[in-house]
Design a binder for this molecule. Sequence first.
Ligand SMILES: Cc1cc2nc3c(=O)[nH]c(=O)nc-3n(C[C@H](O)[C@H](O)[C@H](O)COP(=O)(O)OP(=O)(O)OC[C@H]3O[C@@H](n4cnc5c(N)ncnc54)[C@H](O)[C@@H]3O)c2cc1C
Length: 411
Amino acid sequence: MQTVDVVVIGAGPAGTVAASYLKKQGYSVTILEKEKFPRFQIGESLLPCCMEHLDESGLLEAVKPLNFQKKTGAAFMRGEKRCEFYFSEQYTKGWTWTWQVKRADFDNTLAEATRAKGVDVNFECEVLAVECGPEKQVIDYKDVDGDMHRIESRFIIDASGYGRVLPRLFDLSKPSAFSPRGAVFSHLEDKNRSEEASNNIFVHSFDDNKSWIWAIPFSDGSTSVGIVGDREKIIDLAANGGEKYKDFIRDFKDLNGRFKESQLIFEPRHILGYSVGVKKMSGEGFVLSGNSTEFLDPIFSSGVTFATASGLLSAKMTHRHLQGEVVDWTKDYEEVVQGGIDVFRSYVNGWYTGDFQTIVFAKTIDEDIKNQICSVLAGYVWDQSNPFVKKHDTILPTLAKVIQMKERAEA
Ligand SMILES: Cc1cc2nc3c(=O)[nH]c(=O)nc-3n(C[C@H](O)[C@H](O)[C@H](O)COP(=O)(O)OP(=O)(O)OC[C@H]3O[C@@H](n4cnc5c(N)ncnc54)[C@H](O)[C@@H]3O)c2cc1C
């Protein structure tokens, strides 16, 4: 039987960032990944903050040569209304740009770069059972031929994303408070898009803020286009090979015919009920990171940034633990990760109540306020000097109310 210091479950962004960091500290690390890479994954628009995590784990340089589409901001639209955020104007000092990525290429590059650092990366190995203890963790997995194997480690990082291996095995999941929503999406040809549409993610709100469309441009001239809405709406749009999705994308008036003549690169896919929480993020012999913890909603493209942030922090805590330090996992890990998630939770709530739109589509928006919101949209949700982080749970509804009163008085 093989014995290593750390087993990481999953080779998505959370897993590869965690594994690369730990390898750098001198540990033996094995990744077990269910799929064969490259594989499709949703989650294509990154946030500037994740560049810091890729850099610190030693993975950023491997991604640069892929020449992914540079993303310098985000544009929100609703009918005639429009608001653009540019990361170069954000309040927090940090990265001013990031990438829009096809995850098949991005994740495969991260996995290969992680392997090149000496991590044992095993594809088509599905973790089926885990037994945790104070000193030793036992992991059973199935390889591509269906043969079972066992590996032991001192510690486990569960970065299995939507697979949620340990939350499932240890009954750690808890339902999300958000309404059950879904998304239907594809990649479309988009060769004639404007420069602005190339540099930014476009987000169109409609249906009284209940539904929205993303357009995420790639460097090869294609664009990812997805519709998010309540469960029934998405099931309807995705039925019969996504017939209604195709019609909607071609005819939706706020897209101004952008995809009228576009060919789809693959048949529309859909995903339902992705919002889920977790009862705790660590336990004896293991820690959860990335989507294995909590996933809120795709609206602010925060998923990969949370994966890299929590992947990196989980690796740092694991390092301390393996050095014999008594780690306060609740305070030093869970509360930090949860703190960031809770900031985004307020913004996701604000999006679906319409408070966020009231603020960004106001007749005038104070530049300081806009730049502070911009830092949240760039993923800098741990900067407590930013009032839009610190007072995240009250500031959006309060500001929206003030704007509504002012605009009513002026009308
Ligand atoms: C509709 C939608 C749109 C989104 N858009 C964005 C976006 O624009 N930007 C963004 O940042 N995020 C977005 N997200 C979120 C994003 O998809 C995730 O947050 C992100 O992929 C999480 O990364 P991860 O490393 O935690 O997990 P993943 O990327 O899911 O990787 C986990 C890996 O674990 C493997 N695995 C699973 N089970 C097992 C097992 N039993 N054994 C071994 N391996 C296993 C999987 O095969 C997978 O490769 C979106 C989500 C949805 C639902």
